[in-house]
Design a protein around this ligand. Structure first.
Ligand code: ADP
Ligand code: MG
Length: 396
């Protein structure tokens, strides 16, 4: 089955596209072949308008509705182009939408909202669309995020010790995967979301992020600011938990800077950026260390930030690898995750963000394409995932 996934993460930095061939293999494995991944820039001002929904901004139902439509249309155009350039017929589109609010109180997720009407995607492609992949998990008592553990446990089980997958998106999330596949996955805290805010402020809007960590590299960690930031209650929660940009927002960073300013004055922007790098590296390393993994496999845009990667390597005992080394593209891993989740929904496989404590559910909502919906018979839950090279021969 060939699945096209089009998604935007918390960074709202563009639409990540994945074209993935997924098949059931021997012995409850899923055979995954990543045919292509790339990122499409936002049309016009869509990315800015999505970011403008975040606190401290207020918005209107009219703007939310307009963005729900505009994003659905944008995903539809990108998905249709991806279908057109894929030589083999595409069977399914996955469009998880943009999270505009993720309501977490203490260690509970009360609700989560992704926009980007899937009807536009079905209309543009004529294909069935899986969307809304978080809310059923929330309704079943989970956080609906991070969902990465569902892929990571299939992908990284079978080591000689625990392995950790680390995704450095707007938010940092980790999956600790034991050799037998049991997995604990949660959001450790901010990765790029605060860095991006600080980079934009530092450059008066000229840069959306700190390219290659150049600003952070020029700064020094400000111990007073780091202390204030490390006191956020999220870090003391017992996983699995999630968080989002409504918590680690521009308003939150401004509040922390104001508290420092009340003392010895706001640090220079490079120092703020260096401190935010230290915040992510410290909170990730503190989260990972007790699990003593044999390796940490990094992905996401933050893995391209050499200053952040060096700060992490300093604080972790385990070697840090990039997910490309294990066959999944670091930049495209999230798109592969969405393709997998849509495929699991299509095949009636229940999953959960909190294995062991919550009952797995079949996630998502399916919009029919041009033809009536005909679902395959549900399959037994897969236990392993094999990543094959694009042109690797398949064993029949
Ligand atoms: N060369 C780079 N140097 C520093 N940061 C980078 C670089 N490339 C990407 N990033 C960071 O990665 C972010 C995007 O990461 P991504 O994995 O797409 O996150 P999300 O899933 O939240 O959208 C950007 O906003 C930026 O902060
Ligand atoms: Mg992104």
């Amino acid at each position: 089955m060939i699945v096209v996934a089009v998604a935007s993460g918390t960074s709202a930095d563009g639409l990540d596209v994945g074209v993935v061939d997924l098949r059931t293999g021997h012995d409850h494995t899923i055979d995954v072949r990543v045919l292509d991944t790339w990122t499409e820039p936002w049309p016009d001002t869509l990315g800015e308008r999505l970011l403008a929904l975040l606190p401290p901004a207020t918005t209107t139902a009219a703007e939310v509705a307009a963005l729900d439509t505009a994003l659905g249309q944008a995903v539809g155009r990108v998905a249709a182009a991806a279908v057109a350039r894929t030589p083999a017929p595409v069977d399914l589109v996955v469009s998880p939408g943009q999270t505009i609010h993720h309501e977490v109180v203490g260690d509970r997720c009360l609700g989560t909202l992704q926009i980007g009407q899937p009807a536009w995607v079905a209309e543009a492609t004529g294909l069935p669309v899986v969307s809304d992949l978080r809310t059923r998990d929330v309704a079943a008592g989970g956080h609906g995020a991070p969902l990465a553990g569902i892929l990571d446990r299939l992908w990284l089980a079978g080591g000689t010790g625990p392995r950790v997958a680390l995704n450095l998106g707007g938010i940092a999330n980790v999956s600790v995967v034991a050799p037998d596949g049991s997995t604990l996955a949660w959001d450790t805290g901010p990765a790029n979301c605060l860095l991006d805010v600080a980079a934009a402020r530092a450059t008066e809007g000229r840069q959306g992020y700190d390219v290659d960590g150049e600003l952070a590299a020029r700064g020094q960690v400000h111990p007073g600011l780091l202390d204030i930031l490390l006191k956020h209650p999220h870090y003391a929660l017992t996983p699995p938990v999630s968080t989002g940009r409504e918590t680690f927002s521009a308003a939150y960073l401004d509040g922390a800077l104001a508290r420092v300013a009340g003392g010895d004055g706001r640090p220079d922007w490079p120092d703020v950026l260096a401190t935010l790098v230290a915040l992510t590296a410290t909170t990730v390393a503190d989260a990972v260390r007790p699990h003593a993994p044999e390796e940490v496999v990094a992905s996401g845009g933050g893995a391209r930030n050499p200053v952040l990667m060096a700060a992490l390597a300093d604080r972790l005992d385990a070697p840090v690898r990039i997910s490309d080394e294990l066959g999944l593209p670091g930049d495209g891993k999230e798109a592969v995750l969405w393709a997998l989740l849509g495929w699991l929904t299509w095949h009636g496989v229940p999953v959960t963000t909190a294995p062991g404590t919550r009952t797995p559910r079949v996630l998502g909502r399916i919009s029919p394409g041009n033809d009536p919906l005909v679902l395959p018979a549900p399959i037994a839950p897969p236990t392993r995932l094999t990543v094959r090279a694009r042109d690797e021969e398949r064993t029949p």
